[in-house]
Every structure is written in C-alpha cells, then in structure tokens.
Design a protein around this ligand. Structure first.
Ligand SMILES: Cc1cc2nc3c(=O)[nH]c(=O)nc-3n(C[C@H](O)[C@H](O)[C@H](O)COP(=O)(O)OP(=O)(O)OC[C@H]3O[C@@H](n4cnc5c(N)ncnc54)[C@H](O)[C@@H]3O)c2cc1C
Length: 460
C-alpha cells in the first residue's frame, strides 16, 4: 500500500470505518481493476478509490476528497471516452456498485441508481414490457449518458434520454442531498438534463417508461462498402417518413468475421406495430444487396446487446465528433474516402439522425440543446496495439478537419474527446451556456466538479 502524502493513515481508517463500500489504495487488491475505464488509452492512477454503496457513502467520500484537497472524479459507467471518470492523484468516487433498480409498472416509472448500465436497466424494465430511451451498447452507464443528453433507439418515439427523466437525487459540492424535479429545485433540474456532471453527484434517476417490446423489429443489415452513398442517402431521405418509430443509424464499419472487409451497415430499431415495422425494415433491406442480414423480430434486450462485441473494454479509443445539417455529396465523399484509408479494422464512422420526438422540444426546454434536424457524425478510432496510436489519432483528427468546414457549431458533449476545450463546450450548449454558467455559480462556485465537459464558474 502506498499513501498519497496529503492523506494520513488515520483519515483513511476513519473513511473505511464510516463507508459501507470499499476504500481502495494503490497496490491493494481490486485497485487496478477499479481504476480502469472503458477506454484503454486512459491510464490514470488516483490516490484513493471510494467504491460507494449508496448516497451516504457518496456524501462521506466527497467530504473526504474536499477536506484533503484532492481532485474529485466521478465514475458512473466509466464509458466517457476522455476518461473523465478517473483522475491522477485524486479521489475517484466510484458509483458502479450502486445497482439498485425499482420499477413501478403501474405508474410506468423506474428509479435507477447511478452505477446501473443500460443492459441492467433494460433487463429490469423489460420484465414489465417497458423501456425508455437509452444507450445502444449494454455496458454504457445510465448516469453519464443521461446527464449529457442520450441518443438511443427510442429517441424518435420517446425523445432523448433527458426528456424522460422525471427526477434526480443529487449530492451537491457542499454535501447536501437534494431532489431535482419539475416541482423541486426546478432550475437545477433543467441544468441536469444535459449539463453533465457539473452541478453535483447524481446518486439516482427516476425515468418515465413506455410500453416497448419485449419483441421489437430491427437489428443490423450490412451492404458492400461501395453502397455507402446509397445507405447515407436512405438515412437522409428518412426525413420524409411520417412515423417516429424507426430509428436507423449508418455505420461504416468492418466485417465482424475479422476479415477486415469494409462495409456500410445500417443499425435499425422499429418500436411500432408489426405491419409498419416489417414494411420499414423491408425498405432498409432494399437499400442494396445485403452482405449480412440480421434484421427481423428481436427482443429489445438482445437489440441492446447486438453491438457489444464491437466495443470491447480496454480497447484503445480516440473519438472526434461533429454535427452536420445535411448529408451533402461533399460530406458523403469525405466519409467514404476517409473510411477507405482507415488504419484500424476496429474503427467506425457512425452517422446518427436525431428525429421525431427528440426534435419537438425547444433548444431551451432542457439544458440539452440539440433540437434541430441534422446528423451527428462520430469518428470512432479504436485499436488494440499501443504502437498504432499515433496513426489512429492522426486519422481521426484528419477526418474531423476535413468535415469541419461542413459542420454546424453544434456538438454532442457525450462524444467529446480529451482535447475538446472550453470553446467547444460553449458551442455544444449554444444559447443555454450562460444559464448553465449561472447554475454552476450557484451550485459549484469552486468548480469541485471539473473532471467533465466543464462549464467553469463565471468567476474563474
Ligand atoms: C461503447 C460506447 C457506446 C456508447 N453509446 C452511446 C449511445 O448509444 N448513446 C449516447 O448518447 N451515448 C453513447 N455513448 C457515449 C456516452 O453517452 C458517454 O460516454 C457517457 O459519458 C457514458 O456515461 P458513463 O456513466 O458510462 O460514463 P462515465 O465515464 O462514468 O461518466 C461520464 C461523465 O459523467 C460524469 N458522471 C458520471 N456519473 C455521474 C454521476 N452519477 N453524477 C455526476 N456526474 C457523473 C463523470 O464524472 C464524467 O465526467 C457511448 C459510449 C461508449 C464508450
């Protein structure tokens, strides 16, 4: 065991005595596993990891960190690609042991603690034939995704994840435990729906649920790489679809058989009536001659696990993203040419289209402002061998630089990489930034919570 000079043996012993969860120090069993996040490129070593079992543990761990002048990092599901869930030399307040999920099927509500991942969430709510918009990969954390916005298969029908939050329990920088909802601390509630981890530590979330599944229609269909333009045109033309139930994502990706073959894949979910769903997935299948066809009836939980093998834990990741208002021929040309020279068979270019209910709210209704039509482009470089880091990062940056002249000022904070600065965060929040900064002044004037897509207090 090695102890940071700012922390005494006695204070660690006191924290251990008070917390229900484990307190881990470097060198102790479990520390190595607990300090790692999804992105293997992140290799930070905190001084202490407090594995919280509930809200009282969070309050005590936060007080400990503040009293010892430590940087505070908050770990939900650990999927943030910039590794904001872990810091060097500070305290990680690790919420991942907090797995409580309580479904009220009559009221169509669920309360989930902040360590729950989407796969666990869906298993619990699907027992009642209910779901809400959540992440497309089962291991992604509910907490970080929700606080930052939340794209998902159900967004056309039920809005972004933030649009389904009905209340949040939050531990503030001062250690107070608050509820934020439309009726209580309403301004804070506005900010928590998109403003990320800037205002405190969310210990649990309540969501509205909707009847979904257990069987929906969807899955994955992949075409030859030569059919990229056809696939993207299909996505573009979906704006003419009068229904909200179909969500389609285009992913330039590689064949799952490891052959390295480049493909244009469509990931599809249809949560509506069988007849309409069959018609809609028939149209997706008809884009071109499929190379892989896994479209059809599928359980909602299986749909949520379908992509998991493509995102292995500890693979090295570097992401850039932008938002384009139209899939012009120039944008399609850049995506096609850049994917053709992509150096890693694990990388992807993912084009998502927020639509339907997600766009029927005003940009100022919640802190999450992405409410106009367009396409999110995620440049997802992923590889295994550290000696290939430079070329993969360079590829992602070059692709981003080529797309930049075509991009709108908007951005999705949950996709931001480590090198995204204040200017980009300001762009991401647009007209909501000033209001978010006022909230930061009120709830976290010392910027205790700065390991995030940071909204600094106005005084700093
Ligand atoms: C494989 C993969 C798939 C993804 N799929 C989707 C998708 O389908 N849709 C989508 O919208 N996004 C998706 N994302 C992006 C995702 O929204 C972000 O990575 C998000 O940060 C993940 O949340 P987390 O709790 O897992 O992350 P963490 O890394 O634990 O946290 C992310 C940030 O939130 C803060 N935070 C976490 N929990 C709390 C809390 N309880 N209170 C206060 N602050 C907290 C952290 O400090 C950190 O700054 C995906 C990411 C990955 C890696």
């Amino acid at each position: 065991m090695s102890l940071d000079a700012r922390i005494g043996d006695d204070s660690i012993a006191a924290l251990r005595a008070t917390m229900s969860g484990e307190v881990l120090l470097p060198g102790e069993a479990g520390f190595e596993t607990a300090r790692r996040v999804h992105n293997g490129l992140i290799d930070r070593v905190p001084a202490v990891i407090a594995r919280c079992q509930g809200t009282p543990d969070v309050v005590d761990a936060l007080a400990f960190g503040r009293n010892h002048g430590l940087d505070i990092a908050v770990h939900g599901g650990g999927h943030n690609v910039a590794g904001r869930a872990v810091c060097d030399g500070g305290i990680v307040i690790d919420l991942s042991p907090m797995k409580g999920i309580w479904v009220d099927s009559k009221a169509r509500r669920v309360r989930a603690q902040a360590g729950v991942c989407w796969g666990e969430f869906n298993r619990a709510t699907q027992l009642h034939g209910l779901a809400t918009t959540g992440g497309a990969v089962s291991s992604t954390g509910v907490a970080g995704l929700t606080l930052g916005g939340g794209f998902g298969y159900l967004m056309g029908k039920h809005g972004y994840t933030v649009d389904n939050v009905t209340s949040v329990e939050l531990v503030t920088a001062e250690g107070a435990v608050l509820t934020a909802s439309e009726d209580e601390n309403a301004e804070l509630f506005w900010g928590l729906r998109g403003g990320g981890g800037n205002f405190g530590i969310a210990t649990s979330f309540e969501f509205a649920l909707h009847p979904v599944g257990p069987t929906v229609y969807g899955g994955l269909v992949a075409f030859s790489f030569e059919d990229t333009a056809r696939s993207l045109h299909f996505l573009r033309d979906l704006a003419k679809d009068p229904y909200d139930e179909l969500t389609a994502v285009c992913s330039l990706t590689h064949a799952p058989d490891g052959s390295g073959q480049k493909l244009a894949a469509m990931l599809v979910s249809h949560c509506g009536a069988a007849g309409r769903a069959e018609h809609a997935i028939g149209a997706v299948r008809g884009i071109a001659e499929p190379v892989i066809d896994r479209l059809g009836p599928i359980s909602y939980c299986d749909l949520n696990r379908l992509l998991d093998p493509g995102f292995p834990k500890l693979a090295l990741n570097y992401w850039k993203s932008c938002f384009v208002t139209s899939l012009s021929d120039e944008v399609i040309g850049i995506l096609t040419e850049q994917f053709a020279c992509c150096p890693s068979p694990m990388s992807k270019l993912i084009v998502e289209r927020p639509h339907g209910a997600a766009l029927r709210r005003a940009a100022t209704d919640t802190a999450f402002p992405l409410r106009s039509a367009g396409f999110s482009v995620l440049i997802l470089a992923q590889w295994r061998d550290a000696s290939e880091t430079e070329q993969n990062v360079a590829w992602a940056r070059e692709t981003y630089d080529l797309l930049r002249p075509h991009a709108a000022p908007a951005a999705y904070s949950n996709y931001m990489g480590d090198d995204e600065m204040l200017a980009r965060v300001k762009q991401a929040y647009g007209e909501n930034f000033a209001r978010l900064q006022s909230l930061k002044d009120r709830y976290d004037p010392a910027n205790v919570f700065h390991m995030n897509q940071n909204i600094p207090p106005s005084t700093r």
